[in-house]
Design a protein around this ligand. Structure first.
Ligand code: 48F
Length: 258
């Protein structure tokens, strides 16, 4: 077969533009492709919702690839193992209630299974703002990460969504934008971001599920962003809570939108 370079380029541009136009309007937009965002995307897509995830970096997976201090293993507790099993990610029991998985297998499988369930991932895009209307958050304001990195002054584009999930991790970037734009109106004790506390796996993991909530109309927090917004500890390389938080936020949104 003789290959035509222009045909290859045309296939990429046409395919991408088709996807981008298709996802100008969707049910759920997820910010951040770490374990909580990917898990949420998997369960939402499996429930038949139209859902896209926007990730700043080239690679998907957030803080899961590196395990703990670059030892590429993650630990989950029993509740997290259920979700690893659902994805077909292998784990080994360690001590009672602890399970160890290979972080590369875990991350790549989460990503692959979520895509195959119907989650659309746009990588290399950064969420720089949100659309705020009377009824709450109605969409995301996006730009290429390369524009952000180069410090170029280029205006962004918008996509509409019925619900948005902030799964941007420790920095809770979407909630931060909302706080900056509207002041102390968040669904937290004083309307503001409470800030992440120091590492304490036991307390952090327990608080995470409680903190996976709707923090402003149509804006939900999942994963580490939840603990950062609600003032709970970080938990280091135990990942069960991230997976359970992703599933929990999906259940909440499915219940609301369906
Ligand atoms: O940090 P991250 O993995 O978030 P998570 O799902 O999981 C946290 C754990 O990895 C770990 C932990 C476990 O105990 O504490 O840290 O809560 O993934 C967040 C992703 O969001 C992307 C970022 O590049 C990362 O891949 N991200 C952050 N801000 C933006 C963004 C933004 N403004 N636009 C797009 N992506």
């Amino acid at each position: 077969m003789k290959l035509d370079d222009i045909k290859i380029s045309r296939a990429i541009v046409e395919g991408y533009m088709e996807d981008l136009l298709d996802y100008m309007e969707m049910d759920v937009a997820i910010g951040g492709g770490g374990p909580s965002g990917l898990t949420a995307g998997y369960y939402l897509a499996r429930a038949g919702l139209k859902v896209a995830l926007f990730e700043r970096k080239l690679s998907i997976g957030g803080g899961m690839w590196g395990g703990g201090m670059m030892f590429n293993k993650i630990v989950v507790q029993d509740e997290g193992r259920e979700i690893l099993d659902e994805f077909g990610i292998r784990s080994e029991p360690y001590d009672e209630g602890y399970h160890v998985a290979d972080s590369v297998e875990a991350t790549s499988t989460l990503c692959s299974r979520a895509c195959q369930a119907g989650l659309k991932i746009f990588n290399l895009m950064s969420i720089e703002d949100v659309m705020i209307r009377d009824e709450g958050i109605t969409g995301l304001v996006l730009n290429w990460s390369s524009v952000e990195m180069a410090g170029l002054h280029v205006d962004p584009l918008t996509v509409r969504a019925r619900a948005v999930i902030d799964a941007t991790g420790h920095d809770c970037e979407i909630v931060k934008v909302v706080e900056r734009k509207i002041g102390p109106e968040l669904n937290t004790p004083d309307g503001r971001i409470q800030g992440e506390r120091s590492m304490w796996a036991d307390v952090g993991e327990a608080a995470l599920i409680e903190n996976t909530r709707e923090v402003y109309p149509n804006l939900y927090v999942a994963g580490m962003a939840s603990n950062a917004v609600y003032g709970a500890p970080r938990m280091g390389p135990i990942f069960g809570g991230m997976l359970v938080s992703g599933r929990r936020v999906a259940e909440m949104i499915i219940e609301k939108l369906k």
